[in-house]
Design a protein around this ligand. Structure first.
Ligand code: 13P
Length: 251
């Protein structure tokens, strides 16, 4: 059965000291609680090792926000999947729309990143989603399908089975404009059908599909109540325990 997951994407926020303090406060807040979802925080690279120490033995799991598309070598400024894994992180966000838009990440590049992440036992949280113009033009299903096909459908069943997907309509990210629960459900169901067509019911029903884009304490419950919405990838509202905890508890 698929897992419910609430993952925080801190993006480029928090100094090391602020980040470790937030991780500590979060694990304290969750201590002793019975949760209906896994909780993951995806921090900047430089926070990973320290945060891994802070959350060790707690309910909080750790992820990075990116990894390189090469194994190792002369790639100044890059961080490999093996390096991410060596910090104790279990997850890595790949294909976030900000990486696609500002750093030229294509489906072909992302295919390499996914392969390296899996080789290093990291679970990719693979982001897909259309921009506003594509939704207005009615091509959003096509776009999302091609993102999945080009980056992920080369994977053997066993590997695809390890992927977590995050549907993040770009027009909803950081805008305060959330997809309606009906829009989220419609796209998530479409994504699951796309997976059924390629890998069959068993794998499709096991795949967690998260929603991201201005999710918050007020809308999380309604979003998560949809049958094909298995959690959230949370940006702004993951930056304080006060805002993040009610989303975790929305399950
Ligand atoms: P916001 O929750 O800030 O809209 O960001 C969503 C996101 O991009 C998570 O990856």
């Amino acid at each position: 059965m698929r897992k419910n997951i609430v993952a925080g994407n801190w993006k480029m926020n928090k100094t090391l000291q602020e980040g470790t303090a937030l991780a500590r406060d979060l694990q304290t807040a969750l201590h002793g609680k019975t949760l209906q979802c896994e909780v993951v925080i995806c921090t900047p690279f430089i926070h990973l090792t320290s945060v891994a120490g802070v959350i060790a033995g707690s309910k909080v799991q750790l992820g990075a926000q990116n990894c390189a598309d090469h194994v190792s070598g002369a790639y100044t400024g890059e961080v490999s999947a093996a390096m991410v894994a060596s910090t104790g992180a279990q997850y890595v966000i790949l294909g976030h729309s900000e990486r696609r838009a500002y750093y030229g990440e294509t489906n072909a590049i992302l295919k390499e990143k996914v392969k390296l992440a899996l080789e290093n036992n990291l679970t990719p949280i693979f982001c897909i989603g259309e921009v506003l113009g594509e939704r207005e033009a009615g091509t959003h299903f096509e776009i999302v399908k091609s993102q999945i096909e080009e980056a992920l459908f080369g994977l053997p069943e066993d590997d695809f089975h390890k992927i977590v997907l995050a549907y993040e309509p770009v027009w909803a990210i950081g805008t305060g404009k959330t997809a309606t629960p009906a829009q989220a459900q419609e796209m998530h169901a479409f994504i699951r059908r796309t997976i059924i067509d390629k890998y069959g019911d068993g794998i499709a029903n096991d795949t967690s599909i998260l929603y991201g884009g201005s999710a918050n304490a007020d809308n999380a419950k309604e979003l998560f109540s949809n049958p094909d919405v298995d959690g959230g990838l949370i940006g702004g509202a993951s930056l304080s325990v006060e805002k993040f905890l009610p989303i975790v508890e929305a399950f």
